[in-house]
Write a protein that binds this ligand. Sequence first.
Ligand code: SAM
Length: 175
Amino acid sequence: MVRPLKVEIGFGSGDFLIEMARNEPECDFIGIEIYRPGIKKLLHKVETFGTRNIQIICGDAKEIIPSLPGKVSEFFINFPDPWPKRRHRKRRLIKPPVVDLIHKSLAPGGRVALATDIADYAGEMLCYFEAHGSFRNVAGRMNFFSRIEGRVPTKYEKKYLTQGIRIYYLLFEAV
Ligand SMILES: C[S@@+](CC[C@H](N)C(=O)[O-])C[C@H]1O[C@@H](n2cnc3c(N)ncnc32)[C@H](O)[C@@H]1O
């Protein structure tokens, strides 16, 4: 029996990933992160908890997604860098080519869960996934979730929730 594979892109300090992996020992997790100090922090947590179902890959998700070792049942993209200045927006990770890479690596019925506090990035991601044509928006066409029951919060998410900042949750399923 193949174990479900779940992937977090840009895990930061790794709080979400370690908790998910500990909650779901029947799944394998891969964390992709470009920022080395974050990797060091997660390695320390993996060692502390003796977690055996996390693999860490250091690098740019755009290059790593095509060579993941198997079909992915769920991608998590939590608070991707917003690049708020208009002239920097082209650096945002979620663009149509990356949406397509994600779709190609998903198992049938696989899911992509995204979260951001940036309204215009939320709208942009929503449009790209809807326009792809091979995803179903679980929240309903052109809709977000404003909360997800039982969700493990990330480091950024905890901070924003404490400050009362609105978070946009997106959930798409491969069709
Ligand atoms: C704003 S932080 C959010 C961290 C964490 N997901 C959280 O919610 O607490 C965004 C993270 O994505 C990582 N990142 C940005 N672009 C990336 C890329 N192309 N590939 C992998 N990681 C990336 C950054 O290094 C950073 O750790």
